[in-house]
Design a protein around this ligand. Structure first.
Ligand code: CMP
Length: 136
């Protein structure tokens, strides 16, 4: 049965800074994702804190929010069959050192913080994250 889903993807500051935006978008398109919406923005730390609220008790929360707001990012709504899982597989493990060959984080990630891309971790969070950036 068809299960067309949307997921939220972010090209993070480390990747935008290295001009990897188009290369990463091509990887999504070549893997069958449709980029339904996209915008390049820079957010305030307070907005990053709202976006990453699920991580607020983690020791890395403040650095994570400072990092996401440190430079321009590209936020995209990606559409494909089972896109939440498909995007997580294409991104690879959170820590680039553990990511498999052929994944975006293996190819471009610098560290667990500067791991080049974010992707929603569940269908439920995808809806919340898409609304966060694109509800108007
Ligand atoms: P992301 O998928 O954007 O979701 C939360 C981010 O926290 C994650 O990618 C990492 O970049 C970052 N992070 C930093 N330290 C850790 C850690 N120890 N475990 C998980 N995520 C971490």
């Amino acid at each position: 049965m068809s299960n067309l889903e949307q997921t939220l993807s972010i090209i993070k500051p480390d990747a935008v800074e290295r001009n990897l935006e188009n290369e990463i978008k091509e990887i999504f398109k070549n893997n069958g994702f449709l980029i339904v919406k996209e915008k390049k923005i820079q957010i305030e730390k307070s907005e990053a804190e709202k976006f990453y609220k699920v991580h607020e008790t983690k020791p890395f929360y403040s650095d994570l929010c400072a990092y996401l707001s440190s430079g321009p990012i590209v936020v995209m709504v990606l559409e494909k069959e089972n896109s939440v899982l498909a995007n997580r597989e294409l991104m690879g493990a959170t820590n680039p050192k553990e990511a498999k060959e052929g994944t975006i984080r293996k190819r471009y990630g610098i560290s667990i913080d500067k791991n080049s891309v974010h992707g929603s971790d569940s269908v439920e969070n995808a809806k919340i994250e898409i609304d966060f950036f694109f509800k108007d």
